[in-house]
Design a protein around this ligand. Structure first.
Ligand SMILES: Cc1cc2nc3c(=O)[nH]c(=O)nc-3n(C[C@H](O)[C@H](O)[C@H](O)COP(=O)(O)OP(=O)(O)OC[C@H]3O[C@@H](n4cnc5c(N)ncnc54)[C@H](O)[C@@H]3O)c2cc1C
Length: 383
């Protein structure tokens, strides 16, 4: 990418994902939401096009693309269904963590099957007593020879119960971030179980539940990197995760804006199309402008991550906060422009609003995004 335009390859990647979303996601999104159906078969079709390991290295089957490419793909997929695009983004994040921090043996053991989604991956950081304050996690992994014995509960885990692989942050040492390690825990290891599926406002096309570990014997060979590296691994996964979830918000909001444009061009009130009222034209103009600003900035943050820029974490936090706030606002405005019909499920806008709401909460709440930015601006002390 030059600063303001995409390459031909990037346009082709985005068009491929847009076509996949239009053909395979959009026609079913409302039904999946209503029936709480997790379309693993459709995600495997996306995987066959390289969308399950987008920024994982290609020597183990990954697509070897950039974070900016990933942002283009997740935005495009989210035009069809934000919940499925977001799930694919979590799978991509967990897969990348194994690629980036795993040994050659771990990479070749897991990644080829994560690339095809024969194995589905989840990311386990949050606990019932620690969300934003993730470094306070309590899930304990006690060393016992060549194994760890893991006990604890992970809360709100996307994919829980369906996923095969749980990339899990556990406490192997003292309190605080330096006592945390990362283990790859498999669904069928004895002692792994799941809570009831959560009933949610949105994201109904993917499962969310607690993951419970009771005396689970996990081989030391399943630890990513060294003991004590887990918090760093978790946070570096989230830098990219935040770009991805922001991209999902942009895609959902773009779909809602497109629906609003079509609807206001058709709907009549006071003897004319409602799109002829200047107040609504200005609203549509503001929606498109805000969305374009958020998109442009998200691409900048993705490029900073690709370049391993020193301020990449801050830019990713800024972009996540902005893209998810703007995305929700644009979708909500699109609902308003549909009048009462926007509130009905059949029009598909209220589903987008419900899906995008959670993007302001997860992968770090938008308050925590401000915290990251503010720390960088004013430091931790009394400066
Ligand atoms: C549908 C869904 C899917 C999820 N999927 C996953 C997953 O796959 N894996 C995973 O690990 N987690 C997942 N999460 C968890 C999610 O990341 C957490 O819910 C989120 O980090 C917030 O943690 P919390 O819910 O404990 O809220 P809390 O941390 O208790 O926060 C409560 C409120 O206080 C605010 N707050 C807290 N600390 C501060 C502060 N220092 N300054 C200002 N405000 C503050 C927060 O912003 C929030 O508004 C998911 C959550 C949901 C809802």
């Amino acid at each position: 990418m030059t600063q303001f335009s995409l390459t031909d390859d990037q346009i082709a990647i985005r068009d491929m994902a847009l076509a996949f979303a239009a053909d395979n996601l959009a026609p079913h999104a409302l039904e999946w939401d209503e029936k709480k159906h997790f379309p693993v078969d459709v995600m495997r079709e996306a995987a066959s096009l390289g969308m399950a390991a987008i920024y994982t290295r290609d020597d183990v089957g990954g697509s070897g693309m950039t974070r900016l490419d990933a942002a283009l793909i997740f935005e495009a997929l989210a035009t069809g269904c934000p919940a499925i695009s977001a799930y694919l983004s979590i799978h991509n994040m967990a897969t990348w963590m194994i690629d980036r921090y795993g040994s050659e043996e771990q990479r070749s053991r897991y990644i080829p099957r994560l690339v095809t989604m024969e194995l589905i991956a989840s990311y386990c950081l949050t606990e019932p007593g620690s969300g934003s304050d993730a470094a306070a996690l309590k899930t304990r992994a006690m060393r016992d020879g060549d194994h760890y014995i893991v006990n604890g509960v992970k809360q709100f885990i996307s994919g829980a119960g369906t996923s095969d692989i749980y990339v899990t942050m556990v406490r192997t040492g003292e309190d605080g971030p330096s006592g945390i390690s990362t283990l790859v825990i498999e669904k069928d290891m004895p002692g792994v179980s799941f809570g009831a599926q959560e009933k949610k406002m949105g994201w109904n096309a993917q499962p969310t539940a607690a993951v419970i570990f009771e005396d689970v014997r996990v081989p030391v060979a399943n630890r990513l990197s060294d003991e004590g590296m887990g918090f760093k691994i978790a946070m570096s996964g989230l830098d990219g995760g935040r770009i991805n979830i922001g991209a999902c918000s942009l895609g959902g909001a773009q779909a809602a804006l497109d629906k609003a444009l079509a609807y206001t061009g058709d709907r009549k009130a006071f003897g004319k199309r409602i799109a002829d009222f200047q107040a609504l034209q200005f609203k549509l103009a503001d929606m498109a402008t805000e969305l374009e600003c958020a998109r442009t900035f998200l691409w900048r943050a993705a490029s900073a991550l690709d370049a391993k820029a020193l301020d990449a974490t801050k830019l990713c936090a800024m972009a996540k906060r902005m893209a998810t706030d703007v995305g929700f606002q644009v979708a909500n405005d699109a609902l308003q422009l549909h009048g009462g019909y926007g509130y009905l499920a059949d029009y598909g806008v209220e589903k987008i609003v419900r899906d995008l709401r959670v993007h302001q909460i997860l992968e770090g709440t938008n308050e925590i995004m401000r915290l990251i930015v503010a720390r960088d601006l004013v430091g931790r002390g009394n400066r």
